[in-house]
Design a protein. Structure first.
Length: 245
């Protein structure tokens, strides 16, 4: 599904990614861990096509296509989803209208018929229930006045509505209390299937207690320096990066 080879990328002439190699197949969950500044969020930004980042070397293939040649919109329409570490607020645009437009644009790109009003309402209500979100939140402006936990639930609601092939979740556990973490993790687990894949960027083992990864990767200085199974995250929690890497 995703094949990254020797990816180098910089921002403002400072090289951050220094040779990332990563392969993600359908049905897999990968966790990426590392110190602040190691390159985790830069990797997500580059894959999403965020302006300001320059790829200087390497390749990224997504579902057989050159991902780096796509616009951010094309990456999304082809099935890539990124949840932000700090979800943005969009005043004056309701959740329901935002998602209606996003779903309609993706279906149009894929040559699929637009959902009827009844079909869309049924789907968004089911997805809101998945993350235990009250129906009243659907009419509120996107993330405006939401708590940290509510913003993260809203991200997973968007993921559920868009049904991506590959979801990259950047510190989706950041700022969540135990109850909110459980709800968000349960929503993610229920969206997992054999045809999609998930990449979790996290600092903490606690998220991986709820969402068990197939692979754990440690990034240091813009490279993946160690890969293991879920036990690697437990080892990090116990010993720290210096002892493990």
């Amino acid at each position: 599904m995703l094949n990254i080879q020797q990816l180098h990328a910089s921002i403002e002439d400072k090289e951050i990614l220094q040779g990332i190699d990563l392969r993600v197949n359908a049905g897999e969950v990968h966790a990426i861990m590392g110190h602040n500044g190691a390159g985790k969020s830069t990797l997500s930004a580059v894959l999403a096509g965020k302006p300001g980042y320059t790829v200087t070397q390497g390749s990224v293939t997504f579902c057989g296509k050159d991902m780096l040649a796509m616009s951010p919109e094309e990456r999304s329409h082809n099935g890539f989803f990124l949840s932000f570490q700090y979800p943005v607020e969009i005043q004056g645009v309701s959740n329901i209208n935002f998602l209606k437009m996003a779903v309609a644009q993706k279906r149009k790109y894929l040559g699929l018929p637009e959902l009827s009003a009844a079909e869309f309402l049924k789907k968004i209500r089911e997805c809101a229930a998945l993350v235990e979100m009250e129906q009243s939140f659907l009419s509120r402006s996107v993330n405006t006045g939401f708590s940290g936990g509510e913003k993260k639930r809203n991200e997973i609601l968007q993921m559920a509505m868009l049904e991506p092939k590959l979801a990259m979740l950047d510190e989706t556990d950041s700022g969540l209390d135990i109850d909110a973490l459980r709800v968000v993790a349960n929503g993610i687990n229920r969206l997992r299937n054999a045809n999609n894949a998930i990449i979790l960027i996290t600092h903490y083992q606690r998220l991986l207690d709820y969402i068990v990864p197939d692979f754990v990767h440690i990034i240091e200085q813009g490279k993946i320096v160690k890969t293991g199974d879920k036990s690697l995250a437990l080892e990090l929690e116990e010993k720290g990066y210096q002892a493990v890497v």
